[in-house]
Design a protein around this ligand. Structure first.
Ligand code: GTP
Ligand code: MG
Length: 136
């Protein structure tokens, strides 16, 4: 059985969408293994987003992720890494498909960083690395 890291980003927590997001994960048949609410510090976020260092949206992204509490979840299930990415929808909330989390609830605020509600690991390697980081 595979595991993935799901984050409800600060916009999702602030908009009281944590329950709705978890409901969709559970409705799909995935299992919640661990969950916590935390304020992420810069060190953790820099490690988490190391692949984006140097990109124009990197600094605003880190600032956004520092701006409020995050809900981190360890979620298990068959092909859950790919499956949660489908539940989440594509990165840009404007074009994410209706029926997905980002498609149904994501808004384009015209800010310098896309506030797209959730994060999900994008590969088995990322999932292992990110779960170790957030649930050490
Ligand atoms: P995550 O699940 O959050 O990792 O999203 P993703 O895998 O769909 O996107 P990616 O890893 O490429 O980017 C991480 C995050 O950076 C995204 O979720 C956005 O919040 C932000 N981001 C990515 N690309 C852009 C971009 O081109 N412009 C801006 N402003 N933000 C971006
Ligand atoms: Mg990503």
């Amino acid at each position: 059985i595979e595991e993935t890291l799901v984050l409800v980003k600060p916009d999702g927590v602030a908009r009281n969408l944590t329950g709705e997001i978890l409901r969709r994960i559970e409705a799909k048949g995935y299992s919640l293994v661990d969950l916590k609410l935390l304020q992420a510090d810069r060190e953790l976020l820099a490690e988490h987003y190391a692949e984006h260092e140097g990109k124009p949206f990197y600094e605003p992204l880190i600032e956004f992720m520092e701006s409020g509490p995050i809900v981190a979840m360890r979620v298990a299930g068959n092909r859950v890494i790919e499956g949660f990415r489908v539940l989440a929808g594509t990165t840009d909330p404007t074009t994410a498909a209706p029926g997905s989390i980002r498609g149904d609830f994501g808004r384009d605020w015209g800010l310098s960083v896309q506030q797209n509600l959730v994060h999900g690991s994008d590969s088995p390697e990322s999932a292992a690395r990110e779960l170790a980081l957030w649930f050490s």
